[in-house]
Ligand binder design. Structure first.
Ligand code: PAF
Length: 286
């Protein structure tokens, strides 16, 4: 695997690959790689001839009181994992390479719908930071395909919408959620969960499963299910950010005739904010 820290170096290498007619896959990450990331690399490997992984802890998507400065940076370990996973290129730019004019005056990409609800409600500006950096990465790499995890369901939906709205010509591929044996979705932030809290955090997923099962059995009182879901999480000792039953494409509150539904949740442990989701397709209830 070759590592590049500069946009020009990576572009030159990829121009050579493109000239050979190779299909280029991109896996954007912020590093601290775990098995779920390596599965994204694996999917890109299967679908493309050349795989590029980016590792960049993007300050633009972190709020003032969020964990940008303490976000784990584990580049040596990540490089080893990417090499064994068969990644061809690592793009690991410094902040100045990605934002040479600073953050304050950086041109932004705004997706006006879907970004101020759910995670966006408690993380103002977060998705604008994501869409901006992902657009930059798409412009730098010009991938044929980019792979994102379904765990960040809202991020995936927003990126799909952005790519469609801006005619980006890149295929967006979704990779399934990787879970620990008790159902906890794998995340770089799971490292912040304390040992005493760890057994209880699976409540987020079991709550989403319970809501999904109620809906499959015919319940249509989505708002009441959201409230009851929140109470289950609180009863396990965690603060709820949101529990929501949404239309899978628009992320608007699910309507009674929606068939593609996603149940999403976010909760706080003492030092982490955890998110999860579960999608279901309903048969026509006729
Ligand atoms: O999901 C992430 O790790 C980040 O939001 C992404 C897509 C790499 C953009 O910084």
């Amino acid at each position: 695997m070759q590592t590049f820290h500069t946009i020009s170096g990576l572009r030159e290498a990829l121009a050579g690959e493109r000239a050979k007619g190779y299909r280029i896959g991109l896996v954007p990450t912020m590093g601290n790689l775990h098995d779920a990331h390596l599965e994204l690399i694996n999917i890109a490997r299967q679908n493309c001839d050349v795989v590029v992984c980016s590792i960049f802890v993007n300050a633009l998507q972190f709020g003032l009181n969020e964990d940008w400065d303490k976000y784990p940076r584990t580049i040596a370990d990540d490089t080893r994992k990417l090499t064994s996973a068969g990644c061809d290129y690592l793009f690991h730019p410094a902040d100045i390479e990605m934002y040479p004019n600073g953050l304050a005056t950086q041109t932004r990409v705004v997706c006006p719908t879907m970004t101020d609800v759910l995670c966006g409600a408690s993380r103002p500006g977060h998705f604008e930071g994501v869409t901006t950096v992902v657009t930059k990465l798409f412009n730098i790499v010009q991938p044929d395909e980019a792979v994102f995890g379904i765990k960040d369901f809202q991020q995936l939906a927003v990126i799909r919408r952005m790519a469609e709205d801006l005619c980006m010509g890149v295929k967006i591929t979704a990779a399934p959620i990787h879970r620990e044996t008790d159902g906890l979705a794998m995340s770089s932030r799971n490292g912040y969960i304390t040992a005493p809290e760890r057994p209880g955090v699976a409540v987020l997923y079991t709550t989403l499963q319970w809501i999904a099962q109620c809906i499959r059995e015919g319940r249509q009182d989505f708002a009441a299910l959201e409230v009851d879901g929140g109470k289950r999480i609180e009863a396990a000792g965690f603060r709820v950010d949101y529990v929501a039953v949404c239309n899978s494409k628009t992320l608007e509150p699910a309507a009674l005739d929606d068939r593609e539904i996603t149940v999403l949740g976010a909760m706080y442990t003492s030092a982490a904010r955890l998110i999860d989701n579960l999608s279901l397709t309903l048969e026509d209830r006729g």
